[in-house]
Write a protein that binds this ligand. Structure first.
Ligand SMILES: [Zn+2]
Length: 330
C-alpha cells in the first residue's frame, strides 16, 4: 500500500496530478505569495523525486528545463512521484534577483527555521513540505550574474548511489563536490535524499543548448532510477569526471581579456587571458595553475583585485584525450 503524500495540507493520491500553491509569506500589499508546486503521482510506488529551480531567483535556465520535463512527463506513465518546483525563490524571481528582499541567499539558509529570517522560513517550508518527502532530487542552477557555467553536474561522488545517479545524467562534466553549509544539497543529504545540482549557463537568460542538455539529462536520470522506462537503445556514457575545481583570481584591478572558452582543456601555465590598463602599458598574463577544463568564466571585463576570473575543473591524468568537453550530446 503506497504511503500517503500530503504537501501543504493537500493530499495527492496514487495516479493523481495536482498543482499546489504553497503559502510562503505575505508581501507589502498583504497579498499572499505562493510557491507553485506540480505533483505527478504514478499508480505504482517508486522513487519520489523533487525537481527544483530558481533557488537563486535570477537563474532561469532551470525554470525552462523543468517546464520542458513536465511537458514530457504529463502524458507518460511513471513509477513513483515527481514533485516539481520550478520557482523556489518566488521573491527573487519576481524581482529578477538572486536574493530575497532582505539580501539573504536562500541557498545558504537551509535547513532554516520557523522563526528565522524570511530566507530561513522559506528554506524550512521547502525542506519540510517537499525535500523531506523525497528519495531523490535535482536542483537546477546557472552561474551568478556576469558569470557563465559550462553544463555540469555537481554531486558527492564518494557515495556510490549518488555517483550512479550523477553519471546517468551524462552531463559533459560531472564534478565531485562536497556540500556547502546552508545549501539545499547539504540539507537534503542529511535527510538521506540523493541530490544532484545541475549548473549551466548564465543568470537572466534562456540558453537553448543548456536547456536541451538539462532536459535530456534529467530524463536519463529518471530512467536510471526507474521513474521512466529505459530507452531501447543503449546510451554511451560520455561525461568527464572531475575531482575538484578552483577559481583563478585577478592579481590586480583593470580590464580582463579572456582568451579561452567554456569547455576548453587547459594545461598548467597556459595563458587564459590578460589584465590590461586602459593605455595598454601594463599587461599581465594570467596563467593556469593545473591541468583541467574551463567550467566557468567571468563575462564582465571590468575586474578588481581578487575578482574570480575563470573556474577550472581538475581531472586525474592528462586532458589530452579530449581537447574540449562535448557541449551537447544528441
Ligand atoms: Zn545558483
Amino acid at each position: 500500500m503506497p504511503k500517503k503524500l500530503k504537501i501543504g495540507g493537500v493530499e495527492v493520491k496514487p495516479g493523481e496530478k495536482k498543482t499546489i500553491n504553497l503559502e510562503v509569506a505575505k508581501i507589502y500589499d498583504s497579498t499572499e505569495l505562493t510557491m507553485p508546486v506540480r505533483v505527478i503521482r504514478g499508480t505504482k510506488d517508486g522513487p519520489i523525486v523533487f525537481l527544483s529551480a530558481a533557488i537563486h531567483g535570477d537563474e532561469l535556465n532551470g525554470v525552462e528545463i523543468i517546464r520542458e520535463v513536465l511537458k514530457y512527463l504529463e502524458s507518460k506513465k511513471i513509477k513513483g512521484t515527481i514533485i516539481a518546483v520550478p520557482i523556489v525563490n518566488v521573491f527573487g524571481f519576481n524581482n529578477k534577483s538572486r536574493y530575497l528582499p532582505d539580501r539573504r541567499d536562500l541557498n545558504r539558509s537551509f535547513p532554516g527555521s520557523t522563526h528565522g529570517s524570511l530566507a530561513s522560513r522559506m528554506a524550512k517550508i521547502f525542506l519540510k513540505e517537499v525535500v523531506s518527502k523525497c528519495t531523490h532530487g535535482i536542483d537546477f542552477h546557472t552561474g551568478a550574474i556576469h558569470r557563465s557555467n559550462f553544463p555540469q553536474i555537481r554531486a558527492d561522488l564518494s557515495c556510490s548511489k549518488t555517483r550512479k545517479f550523477a553519471k546517468s545524467f551524462n552531463a559533459p562534466m560531472t564534478l565531485d563536490s562536497k556540500t556547502r553549509d546552508g545549501s539545499l544539497r547539504e540539507a537534503a543529504r542529511k535527510k538521506g535524499v540523493l541530490t544532484l545540482v545541475y549548473e549551466g549557463g548564465q543568470a537572466l537568460r534562456f540558453e537553448d543548448s543548456v536547456i536541451k542538455m538539462g532536459k535530456k539529462g534529467c530524463l536519463a536520470a529518471l530512467r536510471e532510477i526507474g521513474v521512466l522506462l529505459p530507452l531501447k537503445r543503449k546510451v554511451i556514457p560520455s561525461t568527464v569526471k572531475a575531482y575538484g575545481s578552483y577559481w583563478i583570481r585577478s592579481p590586480k584591478g583593470g580590464t580582463f581579456k579572456l582568451e579561452v572558452s567554456l569547455g576548453q582543456a587547459v594545461k598548467k601555465n597556459q595563458v587564459i587571458g590578460v589584465i590590461n590598463d586602459p593605455l595598454g602599458e601594463e599587461v599581465e598574463e594570467i596563467l593556469v595553475h593545473n591541468n583541467g577544463y574551463i567550467i566557468g568564466v567571468n563575462e564582465l571585463p571590468l575586474v578588481t583585485q581578487g575578482e574570480a576570473l575563470v573556474h577550472v575543473a581538475t581531472v586525474k591524468g592528462s586532458t589530452s584525450k579530449k581537447d574540449r568537453l562535448m557541449d551537447f550530446v544528441d
